[in-house]
Structures are given as C-alpha cells and as structure tokens.
Design a protein. Structure first.
Lengths: 390, 204
C-alpha cells in the first residue's frame, strides 16, 4: 500500500496530476456525502430548508451581511445590540461577493462552491508541503482524507473562513519551506486579511529563519551576523513586511469608516469572555458537569499534546503556530476549539506525524474511520443547529 | 550583459527595501492613529474602556430631562436605562441590584444645566440594614435607606453641575455578600434594588 502510494504521488512523472486528481476526487465524494446526509436529515426531521441554507448558518450570517450590505457603521447585532460585522475580516466576503455579483447566483451557493474549491487547492498544497517536509505520501494521503472526510470538515464548505484561511496558511508555510519569500509574503498578506490570527504567521516565519540560520554551516555565527544575513536578503525582508498588509489595510479602512482602527478587536466584547489563563480555562472545562465542556477541554488537551510532539520533532515554526493558534482561543473560552484545531492545519500535521511514528496500520485505520464517522455526527448536529457545533 | 543584469538586480533590491520601509512606516502610522480613535463617548466607554455596562448606541447617553428610565428593561427596549457604569448586578424582572460598595450612573445633557434638578427614584427593595449615600459629581446630595422609603426624591443643586455631565454615585453601606448570608455560594453583595430613575427640573 505504502509502495503504491509512493509510486503514485512521489515517484511518478505524473505525480502532480495524480495529487490534483486525488484531491478533486476526495473533495467531490465527500461533498456528495454531505448532500446525502442532508437528504436523510431532511427526510427524518421534515426540514424544508434548502441544503445550502442549512449549511451556511450562524457566523455565515455575519459574512452574508457584509457581502450584501458592507460593513455597518454602528453595532446592532445580538440581543444587547452591541455586536457588529466588523469583527469579521474582509477577504472572504470580498471574494464571495465578487463571484456573487459576477454570476448572479445566490450567496450561499457561491460561498459553498468557492470554499469547496479552496479545500481542493488546500489539499493539493498540503500534500506538497508534507512531501517537502515529511517526505511521506502515506501521511499526505491520511491528512487529505481528514481534511476532506474528517470531523469538522464541513466548515471547509460553508461561508466561514476555514477553507481560505488554511489554504493561505499552508501556502505561506510551503513557500517559506521553499524559500520563495515574495510568494510567501503575498500569501501572508491575504492571510492576515482573512482572519485576525492570520498575521501571527509572521512569528512562524521568524522562527523558521532563525532555526535555519542556527542549523546552517556558517562559521562564526552571532546575533549581529544573523541580522546581517537576514536583512541582506531583500526578498525575505519584503516578504515579511508584506504579511501584515491585509490586517493593516483592514485597520486603515475601519479607521476611515468609523474612527477606530482596532474596532475589530474592541467589538469582541459583544461575544463575551475575558482573556485569562488558558490552563485555567482548560481545567474549568474538565471540572464542568457539562459533557460538551469536557469534550472541548479534551480537544484542547489533545492540541497541547500534539504541540508537545511537534517540539520533540523540532518543527519549531509549526510549534510557534500551534501554540499561538491554540492559546489565543483557549485564553478566552473553550467554544469552537475542535474547529480551530482542524482549521489551523498544524495540529492535523502533528497528529498525522504521531500516527506515522506509531506505524500501526490498524490504529491508523481506526483513527481515520473514527474521524470520518464523527464527521457524520458533526453534519447531523450542524443541520439540527445543535449547540455542540458552536 | 552581466552589468545590465547586476543593475537590474540592484534596482529590484532598492525598490524592495524602499517598499519595505514604506510598508513599515504605514503600519506604524496606522498603529499610531489607533491610539487615538475618533469615536463617540459611548463607544469609547463601552468598547475601549469597558466602563459602561450596556451599549447605549452612539449618542445614547444623552439624557432629556423628565425621561423616566427603567433598570429592568433590556438594552434595546424603549425606556431602558443604558447608562449604568460600575457596581451593578444583572437585570432582573423588577429592577437591578447595586453590587458591592459603589454603583454609578452617567448622564450626559445636551447642554450645561443651569437650574436645580431633582432626582426621583423608585426603589424596589433594600437588603436588610443597607443604606446608601448619594453623590452627584462627587458632591453629597442625599441618603437612601428603609426610612427614606421606596419613592426617593433628592434635590441636585445646579452648583454641582459644572459641565454637561452628571455622574450619580451610590455609596452603599453594609452590603452583605450572599455567601455570608448563606443564600448563594458566590461573593455577590447586593445592596439596593433600583426600579427606575428620572431627573427633572426642580420646582421650588
């Protein structure tokens, strides 16, 4: 099996073509299954909501609002009237809005189609990244299955940022690995315009550059020499400077539109929660009497363990990303932690690394099966608007 | 030929460093402008300083004399009192408890008030043995307790209103925590449950 995968995806002259076909196939089959699950759900529940409307709920409404009405001038959302759509970053609504206007098709349909295409691109780029950093076609196939069929994969086909965000994040990591810093900077600029945590990838870049310098064969390494080497690489300097562009462009827009460049941050008060100790948040989850809280805390714990394994693997830039992308949400609340784990990419990579290390076919098969079955539960709960999916 | 390629490379380098400096300067400029947001008082207090308990909307702190506002109503209901600052518990069906030793309410008038005012409050309930000293812009104006009753009327001399702003503070004496009374496990210390408030011109 492993030899066959290596032949198809690593050694074949048509390996790029094979990877693309595999990605498109995985995405198509998994999305057909989504529709089938909804058909069963609708038949059993008597729901008459169209599929794309059932898929694009909750936060998708905020993005729809941006697409249809632009950013609002004054908060008016939620029961307290204090929530505003400027908490949501502009790139995804801009892209969906553009194609919505271009095609005249319904927003939810355009959003789901585009995000599914982003998912296919994400699988292709993740495949290449894994081949580049791990050299394992088997691991790449496993990760691709998790991304297309696995638990919480439904978020990659709706009007949420998961698909675009992870695609851009993996592009940054891939170009960073290939030392194509200008492409990395452009992907990073788009990433920081997609979600507020996108700009954090700049720390991963810094750490990778530093680690690469430390591992280099240069003689007489020093802080001064590192600065000299780094700043003499104009592509790296410009690439890094480009990364925050999306965030700062949005800040400039908010400053011009309603006077507060940090409005996206300040409006978070409407979603509640104060920044605290992430470990205390985790501990409270484990001690809670709610099964949902315990599950979310367990997911958070799994994230920490995977981060620990990435440390052992000395993948320090992925560690930096994992820590930042886990600790930011965990320092506020447990809600949505599983979605962030899947949608941050590095945890899926770390988890796949662990399974590859264990090298147990039965265990790998069991984990993948569980992930796929769990996705069916996720879909069922999502269509039923269950609080478990928040 | 080699020279031309080298020249091109140098031009690219200079352009890249120039663009990098420009971007960096723009980021610093945007960060600098973020330090002084051009927003309404309500926005600043609610979203940035977190000193308002509910979002009253831009201009929502403005108070027209004679308007009765109710503590129990949720923020979007007409007649809701959306100007409480620190020291209040959550809204309840009939009113809102003060919480701890100090509770404040903020009024912004359309212009400086140059007449004496009167504060009229409906108290729903006093916790046993609790009283409050009432201050207008840090000047003592009256007292509330079981003896003064549940319909309170306290004059506010115009001398205490130097600007268009009025901060009413209730300094609660003897609030007892629910935990101490054995009524709950938390440390909430309710003092007085307020029902409504109204400020009007004082008729001599």
């Amino acid at each position: 099996m492993r030899a066959k995968m290596n032949m198809l995806f690593a050694e074949s002259q048509k390996k790029n073509w094979n990877i693309m076909v595999f990605a498109l196939l995985a995405v198509t089959v998994s999305r057909v299954l989504f529709v089938a699950v909804y058909a069963v759900f609708a038949a059993r529940s008597g729901s008459e909501v169209p599929f794309f409307d059932a898929l694009n709920r909750w936060d998708a409404g905020w993005y729809r609002d941006i697409i249809q009405n632009g950013y609002s001038l004054e908060p008016s959302g939620h029961e307290a009237g204090d929530a505003a759509n400027w908490a949501f970053f502009p790139l995804l609504p801009m892209v969906v809005g553009f194609f919505h206007k271009l095609t005249g098709l319904e927003v939810n349909l355009v959003a789901s189609t585009l995000n599914t295409l982003f998912l296919a691109a994400l699988i292709i780029i993740t495949f290449h990244y894994i081949m580049e950093t791990r050299g394992s076609a088997g691991e790449a196939v496993g990760v691709s299955i998790v991304l297309s069929f696995g638990a919480y994969s439904l978020y990659f086909s709706m009007l949420y940022t998961e698909s675009l965000y992870l695609l851009l994040l993996m592009l940054v990591l891939y170009f960073l690995q290939k030392e194509k810093y200008l492409a990395m900077g452009i992907a990073g600029a788009l990433l920081s315009g997609t979600r507020n945590t996108g700009v954090m990838v700049v720390f991963a870049v810094g750490i990778k550059v530093l680690v690469d310098y430390c591992m280099s064969t240069r003689e007489q390494k020093s802080v001064l020499d590192f600065i000299k080497v780094t700043f003499s690489n104009w592509k790296l300097v410009l690439g890094v400077c480009l990364i925050p562009f999306g965030l700062f462009a949005f800040m400039a827009y908010l400053g011009w539109k309603m006077g507060d460049p940090l409005a996206f941050l300040h409006v978070q008060v409407a979603w509640g929660g104060e920044i605290g100790n992430p470990l205390a948040v985790l501990w409270r989850g484990f001690r809670s009497s709610s099964g949902r809280d315990i599950f979310l805390a367990a997911c958070g714990m799994a994230g920490i363990l995977i981060t620990g394994y990435l440390v052992i693997q000395r993948r320090f830039h992925e560690v930096a990303l994992a820590m930042i992308l886990l600790m930011i949400p965990l320092s506020v609340r447990l809600q949505s932690i599983p979605r962030y784990l899947i949608g941050s990419g590095v945890f899926v990579l770390g988890g796949a690394d662990i399974l590859r290390k264990l090298n147990n076919k039965i265990l790998i098969g069991l984990v993948l099966t569980c992930f796929i079955l769990f996705e069916f539960i996720c879909l069922w709960y999502w269509f039923g608007a269950s609080i478990w999916m928040l | 030929m080699e020279g031309i390629i080298k020249d091109r490379e140098n031009v690219k380098k200079i352009a890249a460093y120039g663009l990098s400096i420009l971007l960096f300067a723009a980021y610093i400029g945007i960060l600098f402008s973020a330090r002084n947001p051009q927003v309404s008082l309500e926005y600043r207090m609610y979203y940035i300083e977190h000193t308002l308990d509910a979002w009253p909307g831009n201009g929502g702190l403005l108070y027209i004399l004679g308007t009765k506002e109710t503590f129990s109503l949720s923020p979007r209901e007409p007649g809701a009192l959306n100007r409480v600052m620190e020291g209040w518990s959550f809204r309840e069906e009939s009113g809102r408890w003060t919480q701890g030793n100090r509770a404040s309410v903020l009024y912004i008038f359309p212009e400086k008030i140059e007449v004496d005012l009167v504060l009229e409050m409906e108290v729903v309930q006093y916790m046993q043995g609790v009283s409050a000293e009432v201050y207008a812009n840090d000047q003592w104006i009256g007292r509330m307790d079981e003896e003064t009753g549940k319909q309170i009327s306290i004059p506010i001399p115009k001398e205490y209103l130097k600007t268009d702003t009025l901060v009413l503070s209730f300094h609660i004496e003897n609030p007892v925590s629910l935990a101490e009374m054995g009524l709950a496990s938390d440390d909430r210390a309710p003092g007085i449950m307020m029902g409504s408030a109204l400020i009007n011109r004082r008729i001599p």
